[in-house]
Design a protein around this ligand. Structure first.
Ligand code: NBP
Length: 481
C-alpha cells in the first residue's frame, strides 16, 4: 500500500464485488491502481485482504482520488447502475480535466450511456461505456470486456483493458465495439442471451426430472456428459456442479430446497424492451424473462394449485433416447436464441449507425463471460464465412445442426405438451424456426383484417403497390399507392 501522492495509471471507484476484483486484476497485471469507494470501509477491506497483490493507492475523497492519477486520467466506475452512476460521474467531472477518460464498467442502460457520453463530450471529457461480463470470478481472472465510446479513447485504453481480459487461443476477449452506447447495448443483449440459455437449460432439467423421473445427481451426470460435446459451455458446466451440491442441513440436493422463484436485475427485460422497439423477435429471451416473472408470481401459483391438467400421456419409456432428444432440442433452441440475439445487435447497429461486426462479438464472448461456449467458435466461423448472414440459422454449420436435431426437437416439445410440462423457450424457438421457414404465413389474413377495420391497405403477391378493398361498399379493390 502506498500513499495517494503516488501517480497511478488507473483509478477504480466502487469497490464492491466487481470493482474490487477488477482493481486486483489490474494490480496483478502491474498497473498502479488508485482506489476509491463512497464508504472508505470497502477500500480498507480490500487493502487489508489483498493489498499485497500489487501497487494500490488508497484515497478517501474524490479530489484525492483524481489527484492520484497520471494524466490523461483514467477512471473506471464500478458502482450500482442508474442514479449512483450519474452521481459519481458528476462528482468526477467536477474535478477532472479535458482529455481525461471516464469508463463506466457497470451494467448501464445503453440509452443512459448515449446521454452520458454526449454530456461528457460537451465538457471536454472522454466517456467510455464498457460492458463487463464474467461475474466476480471473471472480473478477477479475466472478464470479457465490451467497450464503446470514441475510437481515440480505445487507443489509449485498449492495451490496458485487453491485458486484463480473458484470452482464448491467444486472442483477448476485448475489442472496441463501436461508438457511444454500443458497448452497453451489446452487453445488454449478451445478458439477454444468457437469460435464454439459462431458461433452456432449466427446461431440459425439468424434462429429465419430471418426464424421466431422474434425481438431481443423475441429471448432473447427464449435464457433465453433455459438457463434453457440442453443448460444452460454462453454463452447462456449472449446472452439473450445482446439481451435485448437497444441502448440509437436510442432506437433500441443494436444488431441491431452493425456492423455485427466479429473480432478475433488469438486463433481460431491457433486452426485450429494446427488441420490441427495434421490431426484432427475440422470442427465446422474452420467454426466459416471462418465465422468471411467472415463477416469481408465488401467490398466483399457489392459488392455481389443483387446476385441471387434461389428459396426460405416459412418460417416455426409452430414457436414453429421450435424453438424447432433449440434448438435441436444447442445442437447436440455443442456436435460435443466439440467432435472435445477433439479429437484435444487427438491428441496433443499423438504428444507431454503429457499424458493429457480429463476428467480433462471437470472438470476445468465447472466454471470460457467462455465455462462453465452444459454440461461439462456430458463430465466429459463420460470420467469417459470410459477414452479411441474413440469420445465423442459415450458416451452413447451423443449418446442418438444426436439420440433424429437428426431429428430436419436435418429439421433445410434443412430449412436454402431452405430459403437461411447461417448455416455453423450447416451444417458442421451434415455432420461430417453423415460422422462419414457412412458405406462407397467416400474416396475409392479418393484413386483410387490418384493411377491413382500419383501411390500412395491403400489398399483393402479383403486382407492386398498396391496395384497399372497399369492405363496407361494393368490395371492389382500389390501388392507393
Ligand atoms: P453493486 O451493484 O452492488 O454496487 C455497490 C457499489 O456501488 C458500492 O461500491 C457502493 O458504495 C456503490 N454506490 C451505491 Br450502491 N450508491 C452510490 C452512490 N450514490 N455514490 C457512490 N457510490 C455508490 O456492486 P457490484 O455487484 O460489484 O456491481 C458493480 C457494477 O457492475 C454494477 O453496475 C453491476 O450491474 C455491474 N456488474 C455486476 C456483475 C456481477 O456479477 N455482480 C457482473 C457484471 C456487471 P458503498 O460501498 O459506499 O455502498
Amino acid at each position: 500500500m502506498t500513499s495517494f501522492s503516488v501517480t497511478a495509471q488507473i483509478g477504480v471507484t466502487g469497490l464492491a464485488v466487481m470493482g474490487s476484483n477488477i482493481a486486483r486484476n489490474l494490480a496483478r497485471h502491474g498497473y498502479t491502481v488508485a482506489l476509491h469507494n463512497r464508504s472508505v470501509a470497502k477500500t480498507d477491506a480490500l487493502l487489508g485482504a489483498h493489498g499485497n497483490e500489487g501497487a494500490f493507492v488508497r484515497t478517501e475523497t474524490i479530489e484525492e482520488f483524481v489527484g492520484a492519477l497520471e494524466k490523461p486520467r483514467r477512471v473506471l466506475i464500478m458502482v450500482k447502475a442508474g442514479e449512483a452512476t450519474d452521481a459519481v460521474i458528476e462528482d468526477l467531472a467536477a474535478v477532472m480535466e479535458p482529455g481525461d477518460i471516464i469508463i463506466d464498467g457497470g451494467n448501464a442502460l445503453y440509452t443512459d450511456t448515449i446521454r452520458r457520453e454526449a454530456a461528457m463530450t460537451a465538457r471536454g471529457l472522454n466517456f467510455v461505456g464498457a460492458g463487463i461480463s464474467g461475474g466476480e470470478e471473471g472480473a478477477l481472472n479475466g472478464p470479457s470486456i465490451m467497450p464503446g465510446g470514441p475510437k481515440e479513447s480505445y487507443e489509449s485504453l485498449g492495451p490496458l483493458l485487453e491485458s486484463i481480459s480473458a484470452k482464448v487461443d491467444g486472442v483477448a476477449c476485448c475489442t472496441h465495439i463501436g461508438p457511444d452506447g454500443s458497448g452497453h447495448f451489446v452487453k445488454m443483449v449478451h445478458n439477454g442471451i444468457e437469460y435464454a440459455d439459462m431458461q433452456l437449460i432449466g427446461e431440459a432439467y425439468h424434462l429429465l426430472r419430471d418426464a424421466l423421473g431422474f434425481d438431481a445427481g443423475r441429471i448432473a451426470e447427464v449435464f457433465t456428459d453433455w459438457n463434453s460435446g457440442e453443448l460444452e459451455s460454462y453454463l452447462v458446466e456449472i449446472t452439473a456442479e450445482v446439481l451435485q451440491q448437497i444441502d448440509t442441513t437436510t442432506g437433500k440436493p441443494l436444488v431441491d430446497v431452493i425456492v423455485d422463484a427466479a429473480e432478475q436485475k433488469g438486463t433481460g427485460r431491457w433486452t426485450v424492451k429494446s427488441a420490441l422497439d427495434l421490431g426484432v423477435p427475440v422470442t427465446g429471451i422474452a420467454e426466459a424473462v416471462f418465465a422468471r416473472a411467472l415463477s416469481g408470481s408465488r401467490a398466483q401459483r399457489r392459488a392455481a394449485d389443483g387446476l385441471a391438467s387434461g389428459m396426460l400421456a405416459e412418460n417416455p419409456t426409452d430414457a436414453a433416447q429421450f435424453t438424447e432428444d432433449v440434448r438435441k432440442a436444447l442445442y437447436a433452441s440455443k442456436i435460435v436464441a443466439y440467432a435472435q440475439g445477433f439479429d437484435q445487435i444487427a438491428a441496433g447497429s443499423t438504428e444507431y449507425g454503429w457499424g458493429l461486426y457480429p463476428g467480433d462479438l462471437a470472438t470476445i464472448w468465447r472466454g471470460g463471460c457467462i455465455i462462453r461456449a465452444s459454440f461461439l467458435d462456430r458463430i465466429k466461423e459463420a460470420y467469417e464465412g459470410n459477414p452479411d448472414l441474413p440469420s445465423l440459422i442459415l450458416a451452413p454449420y447451423f443449418r446442418e445442426a438444426i436439420a440433424e436435431a429437428v426431429d428430436s426437437w419436435r418429439r421433445v416439445v410434443s412430449t412436454a405438451v402431452r405430459l403437461g410440462i411447461p417448455v416455453p423457450a423450447f416451444a417458442s424457438s421451434l415455432s420461430y424456426y417453423d415460422a422462419l421457414r414457412a412458405e406462407r404465413l397467416p400474416a396475409a389474413l392479418t393484413q386483410a383484417q387490418r384493411d377491413f377495420f382500419g383501411a390500412h391497405t395491403y400489398e399483393r403477391t402479383d403486382r407492386p403497390g398498396k391496395f384497399h378493398t372497399l369492405w363496407s361498399g361494393d368490395r371492389s379493390e382500389l390501388r392507393t399507392e
